[in-house]
Design a protein around this ligand. Structure first.
Ligand code: ZN
Length: 93
């Protein structure tokens, strides 16, 4: 169950509550009994968002470099290249 941090605007105390996500925005009452509280961004939520966004997609760059290397590779005699072109043409039909 996620934990949410609240701050009391009456006495300035901060406190934590564990509650279902569906009730995340329900009003919380300060441990001192003050009803005037605001929900803070919880540490758990911030960490989760950062972790989800952190892994940068590296597959695109690697694939691009690999394709360029393959295109630059000497193909040898012209016979094999002609064979490749024929295969591509046949696939298009
Ligand atoms: Zn309070």
């Amino acid at each position: 169950m996620p934990r949410y941090d609240f701050r009391c605007r009456s006495c300035g105390a901060t406190f934590e509550l564990s509650r279902p996500m569906a009730r995340a925005n329900d009003p919380a009452v300060c441990p001192q009994g003050h009803p005037d509280t605001v929900k803070l961004l919880s540490t758990v939520a911030v960490t989760g968002a950062a972790g989800a966004a952190a892994p940068a997609p590296s597959g695109g760059g690697g694939g691009c470099c690999g394709a360029a290397a393959a295109a630059d590779r000497p193909r040898g005699d012209g016979t094999s290249e002609a064979t490749v072109h024929r295969k591509v043409t046949a696939r298009r039909k």
